[in-house]
Ligand binder design. Structure first.
Ligand code: PEP
Ligand code: MG
Length: 754
């Protein structure tokens, strides 16, 4: 038996589908759709609002309402009944609209005749993309069935609201109203360069487009197959890892929780029996649960919603056949648009084709930005409402230098972009031509130029840049790219490959630095409140020492006959460094006892990225063979400023007196103890920041392969002694940032800071 609401919806939806498939333009289609809805629900008026950006909704279409011309047709999120629905993502039914405190008659353009109101949010990927509402002149008590019906129709409208046709219509409507069209949007550049390609909206959640299904048995079978397949895969994944840790454990537990009470699965089955497709049934089951639990004050119950979202997404990906790891995309050049993403998710795409990355929320030291930079991909962040402006399949041009995104650029703009891409290629050629020239300043100071590497494709830069060596090998990157935890032999193969590619050049291996935003797909992360200062990096590997021992063994075996440099990340004090160092020495002794060959020489160092070590440098430095400053983490801890929080993106600058003073203290102390010192954080990959570092006394910089040439260009254009003098003044500057002064200095002195 189909539920009355679904039965009625089926009839309406059939009509709506006919309308959407007609050849009319979208404005007429919307008007016809509202008329159909109003008639079917015996309403006197109907409205459809669309989200313009994160803050506003525009009235897009009406049926039956008084004339709306020349009146304000824009509502803020939270304003009036419509704004409230958009904000809360929750339906609202009122038998007496005029008694409702939030009702804003003026803005909502509703005349006295209308007494009752019912509205539902139009959601896509759990974001409000619009609001659908109906009005009755007579006082009307709405039943649950009525609400369910409106919600089901809203689900159907989500598809239309997010279509390319609709976005074009929105633009033309805004233009005719004299509102700015957003075919150009400003963001913050996280990685320079230009790129143009087809937009691919990266979504964790799948969008459901087929809502109804005629053949229930077929849908039930699809559900059963997907459900079984998902669980089998989860169980296999669970069994294939020897560690008692893993994201899968959480997922499995969550799944078990839902499977146990049979409530979730049963609800999906019921939704299918009521006429929904398997995908829509999964979404509906989630929405029901969300409606019930999201307002609960019980944290545990709210947390369960995350689990349910996760399991629902997973099941949807199986139903939609999107559970394969690598995303197959036909377009040659692509621009990825994402709310935020981890570096491992970027690896799901074919990097060779990525021409740009647009993140709604992102910061320069986020790992996905670092990885993208290595791949020479321009990255932009902090663009409000990108998901309402950019849709799959549109052409998008990314200007990583100035921070602009162009949607469906005109031929003129597109040609301009292609020209800039070409100019960048020329600039890259110019830097490549520096390959065989030394990294020496005008006053003959040698600056050691090293590379940060992670992915095997970074290894190519060792040859193409002719660098002095590898200053940072982020060993967690191959771990992240792997489906399962690499054992010692696999690790030895990775490390040997890097050593072979480096020849006699110095290579610094960093022990596993996971946690925070670098998550391994096969490990559990227990949802810490503050992951950046939580159980991560050396804290994990000292607690799970077998992992550290295995990795050290792999380093020792891979570097037989070579010099081995190992550094430990996130060291917080002397004792922690000594503990890690002794673990390495113990493994070395074991290898020797077994009669195994060992590296020619072993140097043990640490990263300086936790402020507490600054106060123990006199104890630590005599024990260290080298140090490398991780300015990304160090800056976030010095300023107490989350490196991944876009709200704080421009708040503090590493080019300011407090941070520069910290950097000066480190390099001076290292000199005092005769300890090799370098910088491997992003500061060393940014020409103006690297200039400041040289001025402070740093002589070794380790940067991304993509930035190597521009850093060399800068080095070869400076006079070291003069920069050092200039930096002395800046160290006392009371300003929040000395960046503009430093840029002016560079421009006045012909320093290349592209
Ligand atoms: C740093 O923190 O500066 C650093 C190089 O480490 P990562 O960016 O990998 O955390
Ligand atoms: Mg770090």
């Amino acid at each position: 038996m189909q539920s009355p609401a679904i039965k009625q919806a089926l009839g309406i939806l059939k009509q709506l589908r006919q309308i959407t498939e007609s050849s009319e333009d979208v404005a007429h289609k919307l008007a016809d759709i509202l008329k159909t809805i109003a008639e079917a629900m015996q309403a006197d008026a109907a409205v459809c609002y669309a989200v313009v950006d994160k803050n506003y909704l525009d009235l897009f279409s009406t049926y039956g309402l008084e004339k709306t011309k020349n009146k304000q047709t824009r509502l803020r999120f939270g304003e009036g009944t419509i704004g409230q629905i958009a904000n809360d993502k929750r339906s609202l039914a009122l038998n007496n609209l005029w008694m409702y405190p939030k009702f804003a008659a003026e803005s909502e353009l509703v005349g006295k005749d209308y007494k009752s109101f019912m509205g539902a949010p139009i959601l896509q990927w759990n974001r409000t993309v619009g609001v659908l509402a109906i009005y009755h002149c007579a006082e009307t008590e709405y039943s649950d069935v009525d609400i369910e019906l409106l919600e089901t129709i809203a689900m159907f409208l989500a598809e239309i609201m997010s279509s390319t046709e609709m976005s074009e219509y929105k633009k033309s409507l805004n233009k005719s109203r004299g509102l700015a069209t957003r075919d150009r949007m400003k963001g913050v550049s996280l990685s320079k360069g230009y790129g143009i390609g087809t937009a691919i909206v990266h979504k964790r959640r799948q969008s459901v487009t087929n809502i109804f299904a005629e053949d229930k048995d077929k849908e039930l079978l699809r559900l059963q197959v997907a459900y079984q397949q998902m669980n089998e895969d989860l169980e296999n994944k669970f069994a294939s890892t020897k560690l008692g840790l893993g994201e899968h454990v959480e997922i499995l537990d969550a799944y078990r929780m839902f499977a146990k009470d049979k409530g979730w699965y049963g609800k999906i089955e019921r939704n299918i029996n009521n006429g929904l497709s398997a995908e829509a049934a999964v979404e509906r089951a989630y929405e029901d649960m969300w409606n019930r639990l999201s307002q609960s004050s019980d944290v545990y119950m709210r947390e369960r919603l995350h689990d349910l979202r996760d399991v629902s997404d997973r099941l949807l990906s199986y139903l939609l056949g999107e559970n394969k790891k690598t995303k197959v995309i036909d377009d040659k050049d692509i621009v990825i648009v994402a709310q935020t993403m981890g570096p491992a998710e970027l690896m799901d795409y074919d990097y060779g084709r990525i021409r740009g990355l647009i993140l709604e929320d992102g910061t320069p030291t986020m790992h996905v930005a670092i990885v993208a930079k290595t791949l020479n991909i321009p990255v932009l962040s902090k663009i409000k409402g990108i998901f309402t402006e950019i849709h799959n399949g549109q052409t998008v041009a990314v200007d990583g230098n100035e921070g602009w995104v162009y949607v469906n650029p005109s031929k003129q703009v597109a040609d301009g972009f292609r020209k800039k891409v070409q100019e960048n290629i020329e600039l890259a050629k110019k830097w490549a031509a520096l390959r065989n020239l030394p990294s020496v300043t005008k006053d003959k100071q040698k600056i050691g130029q090293y590379l940060n590497v992670g992915l095997p494709l970074d290894f190519d830069y060792i040859e193409t840049t002719n660098c002095d060596g590898v200053g940072l090998y982020r060993t967690e990157i191959p771990f992240m790219a792997s489906e399962t935890m690499p054992d010692v032999n696999r690790q030895v193969a990775y490390y040997k490959d890097l050593i072979a590619r480096s020849g006699d050049k110095k290579v610094i291996f960093r022990s596993l630095d996971v946690g925070s935003d670098k998550l391994l797909p096969y490990w559990a992360y227990s949802g810490e409140a503050n992951p950046a200062i939580g159980w991560r990096s050396i804290r994990i590997t000292l607690d799970r020492r077998a992992i550290l021992r295995q990795q050290i063994r792999a380093f020792l075996q891979a570097a037989v006959g070579h010099e081995l440099n190992v550094m430990f990340p996130m060291i917080s004090d002397y004792a922690e460094f000594i503990d890690a160092k002794e673990t390495l020495m113990l493994e070395l002794e074991k290898e020797k006892k077994k009669g195994m060959p060992v590296p020619k020489k072993i140097n043990v160092g640490l990263m300086i990225e936790v402020p507490s070590v600054l106060f123990q440098l006199d104890e630590i430095l005599p024990e260290a063979d080298f140090v490398s400053v991780g300015t990304n983490d160090l800056a976030q801890f010095i300023f107490a400023c989350d490196r991944g929080n876009p709200k704080l993106l421009d708040r503090y600058d590493v080019l300011s007196a407090p941070f520069l003073s910290v950097m000066k203290t480190i390099v001076d102390k290292a000199k005092q103890y005769g300890v090799y010192c370098s910088v491997c954080g992003e500061m060393a990959s940014n020409p103006i920041e690297a200039l400041a570092l040289i001025g402070l006394g740093y002589r070794n910089l380790s940067s991304n392969g993509a930035s190597f040439g521009r850093i060399k260009g800068m080095i070869r254009s400076i006079n070291c002694a003069e920069v050092a003098d200039y930096m002395q003044n800046l160290l006392r500057s009371p300003r929040a940032s000395v960046r503009s002064q430093l840029i002016s200095y560079a421009n006045d002195h012909g320093i290349e800071i592209y």
